[in-house]
Design a protein around this ligand. Structure first.
Ligand SMILES: Nc1ncnc2c1ncn2[C@@H]1O[C@H](COP(=O)(O)OP(=O)(O)OP(=O)(O)O)[C@@H](O)[C@H]1O
Ligand SMILES: [Mg+2]
Length: 166
């Protein structure tokens, strides 16, 4: 895992299952207020990652691509909530205003696919994950933390992957 810039790292996933397992490792760390941004082309694996993340966080809710509903909600028995936003169809931040993202972040965890569409509406503290297609079953994942919380999430995930490969 080469270091690209301080606190960032990358990982090559070799299957959708492996991407889900990494998602699950991250999901198990997440708390209310955390924001995870997922950047990558159509079919890069963003939703696949979210499926693992939601499971690892402790919810058995099904994750589908929210492209047509914009936001999907997942719940945990203890009342925790994840809001999963697909911003693909949003043109700009103004269109995101009605979604009240700050309110959603107060309530739970926010996951955003296509974050570049609404960059200005997102908080500075987040963990950005970029996914790039390499081959049919291979994806390059780059973890780029922003702010203190982003750094601590990324660092913990990196150490865990070193300690116990996914
Ligand atoms: N290593 C891998 N990691 C993730 N997905 C993979 C991998 N290898 C193959 N795939 C496949 O690539 C597809 C990824 O689709 P997914 O819906 O997760 O992409 P997405 O980035 O959310 O796309 P969209 O922008 O359309 O929402 C799935 O069919 C998945 O099985
Ligand atoms: Mg998707």
């Amino acid at each position: 895992m080469p270091i690209l810039q301080e606190n960032s790292f990358e990982f090559i996933s070799r299957s959708p299952e492996q991407t889900k397992r990494i998602g699950a490792r991250l999901g198990s760390q997440l708390n209310k207020g955390d924001v995870i941004c997922l950047f990558g082309e159509l079919g890069a694996g963003k939703t696949t990652f979210v499926q693992g993340l939601v499971q690892g966080w402790g919810s058995s809710d099904m994750v589908t691509s929210p492209t047509f509903v914009l936001i999907n909600q997942c719940r945990r028995p203890d009342g925790g909530e994840i809001h999963h936003l697909d911003a693909y169809r949003l043109r700009d931040e103004e269109e995101a205003e009605v979604l009240d993202l700050d309110g959603l972040i107060d309530q739970g965890i926010l996951l955003v696919e296509w974050p570049e569409r609404i960059e200005k509406a997102l908080p500075d503290e987040n963990l950005l994950i970029e996914m790039y297609w390499i081959a049919d079953e291979q994806r390059r994942m780059v973890f780029l933390p922003h702010g203190q919380r982003g750094v601590s999430l990324a660092e913990k995930l990196r150490q865990e992957i070193y300690r116990e490969p996914v």
